[in-house]
Design a protein around this ligand. Structure first.
Ligand code: 13P
Length: 250
């Protein structure tokens, strides 16, 4: 049985004070959730959120990290620094980083391997653009991102990998992939992971769906065979919306 994992990607929202206040309220609202609960605040908000979630069922992720361990890399934050503040997971390869900051598969892969070596869990984001989908390239794009993103990762390390399928055209647009479309993409990803790492690794892999997940559509998405969680953007910014998503089956 795969344990559902619902994560909130705050993107560039909520400073330290607002973030700490928010998770205190959230903790009360999601304390009985059967799903794993993760929030991913901006870097400067991380330590306050870690402190405010002590003793709760909320885990804390970063939204990015450096591909280097330390040194002259102005503006970067290392895996060790994240661990020191109590971060357990890191989101890598988000489409906003791929497109707005030109992050390549190779660069993302370097960060994936470093995060795993440093003992962080990784949420690796993959997903096609509308143009790619319309050109019939869905399978090729997902395969490429999965193969390149996980290059050099060992089957044992796959325990610390979550894949998030986020069709770029569904992010922040209000357009959600239909549950069937999303499930089909998740099945492709699971199939590719089976080819790379074997069936049992693929069967236990958590694959989240991301892209306009809301309280109103979470249930039907989570009911699909290959959808094991959600990576939520906009709707993770209020307790009113995020708590019912996390507690969708309570
Ligand atoms: P939205 O839920 O706002 O569409 O964002 C999804 C996302 O990018 C999560 O990482």
């Amino acid at each position: 049985m795969r344990k559902v994992c619902i994560a909130g990607n705050w993107k560039m929202n909520m400073g330290p004070q607002e973030g700490a206040k928010f998770v205190k309220e959230l903790a009360e609202a999601v304390k009985d959730a059967s799903a794993r609960v993760v929030v991913a605040p901006p870097f400067v908000t991380l330590s306050g959120v870690v402190a405010a979630t002590k003793g709760t069922n909320i885990e804390v992720a970063a939204q990015n990290m450096s591909d280097h361990l330390k040194g002259a890399f102005t503006g970067e934050v290392s895996a060790e620094m994240l661990k020191e503040v109590g971060v357990k997971l890191v989101i890598l390869g988000h489409s906003e980083r791929r497109t707005l900051y030109q992050e390549s598969d190779e660069f993302i892969n370097a960060k994936v391997k470093l995060a795993l070596e440093e003992g962080l869990e990784v949420i690796l984001c993959v997903g096609e653009t509308l143009d790619e989908r319309e050109k019939g390239q869905l399978e090729a794009v997902l395969k490429h991102q999965v193969v390149e993103g996980l290059r050099g990762v060992t089957p044992q390390q796959m325990d610390s990998i979550i894949v998030a399928y986020e069709p770029v055209w569904a992010i922040g647009t209000g357009k959600t992939a239909t549950p069937d479309d999303a499930n089909q993409a998740h099945a492709l990803i699971r199939g590719e992971v089976a080819t790379l790492f074997g069936k049992s690794v693929a069967e236990s892999l958590i694959i989240q769906y991301g892209g306009s997940v809301k309280p109103s559509n979470v249930k039907e998405l989570m009911a699909m065979e290959h959808i094991d969680g959600a990576l939520v953007g906009g709707a993770s910014l209020t307790v009113e919306q995020f708590a019912p998503i996390v507690c969708y089956n309570n």
